[in-house]
Ligand binder design. Sequence first.
Ligand code: FES
Ligand code: FES
Length: 372
Amino acid sequence: MEEKINRVKFIINGRHYSAGEEFGVDLTLNEFIRRYGEYRGTKYMCREGGCGACVVSVRAPQPNTKEIATFSVNSCLVSIMSCDGWDISTVEYIGNRKKGYNIIQKRLNHYFGSQCGYCSPGFVMSMYSLVKGSDRHLTEAEIENSLGSNLCRCTGYRPILEAFKSLAVDPNSNILRKIKDIEDISEQICPKSGKKCGGTCEASADWCLVNMNSASGSDLPKKISLADGRLWYSVADVRSIFDTLKDVGYKSYMLVAGNTAKGVRPILFYPKVLIDISNVKELSTHYLDVNLVLGANMTLTDTMHLFKVLSKQNDDFWYLDILYDHLDRVAHIPVRNIGTLAGNLALKNSDPCFQSDIFLLLDCVGATLTNS
Ligand code: FES
Ligand code: FES
């Protein structure tokens, strides 16, 4: 494989960073943000995708459409080598004492949704990613359903949920009554039109609940020799995966996408070769013939979205709505944003004791694995 660039490049809070041979594969985005970025607002606790203290917001091109999407990730699960082309925001960036706080931070404060504050950055970034990643205003029910990714040990969830529900398109009057500062309410009014935000203009102010951002991708393929003696490859198509496998010969290898399985089964020793396939378009798309064929590398979030759309568009696929409801209970949003179908099934394959809902659902509808 031709070696073009031997570093991954990414942005954290508007500053450009790169990472390469000086790091090992087990350096996580969380450690990088805290140790090298010196942004310690992003916390950590469980380091297995369970508590949400480490949630940050990412803008990155989608492998199938190249459109920019905003989504939350658990930074404790993501290898820094997976962050190529990402634009990452932490709680310090979306609002701070100097430039003023983001409306989400203000609402959490107004509703007394923070006590020790350890969980607050994670909650704020989950909510921020949710609203920035959506092309419309969210309902109360959607907001309530979306925060299973975060734990709070001391405040209690009611004030946190009330704070965030006050930003919904349909906030109930009891919740709105608790907003003390009338100026705060006016932040839902568009400063451009003077009317309630309709989500149709191109404003990108921090308070705006509509994602209008853009970011640039990264040139592939890449090959990086890491400090721990391992090799990291990033590829853009299926052929390059096989070329890489030829290149590595008999060395142990692992295909990497979201790497969220690490939260369920810790990886004590990584293989010698890691092949990042998260940008392989062919694996991230779907097509319909007489069957629905899903790309192995589709994320659970994309799969859910597809199921919702197809169940409405096509009577033959009415049952996908039921699968959607079940998938909504699998892990939580930051994990589903980068966790893939194949990753889940590979874990099930390597460890039959793993209780895979994905395997269960696919088995129930008689799905088969193909290599087409
Ligand atoms: Fe708990 Fe990342 S540290 S989810
Ligand atoms: Fe203390 Fe949530 S405010 S853990």
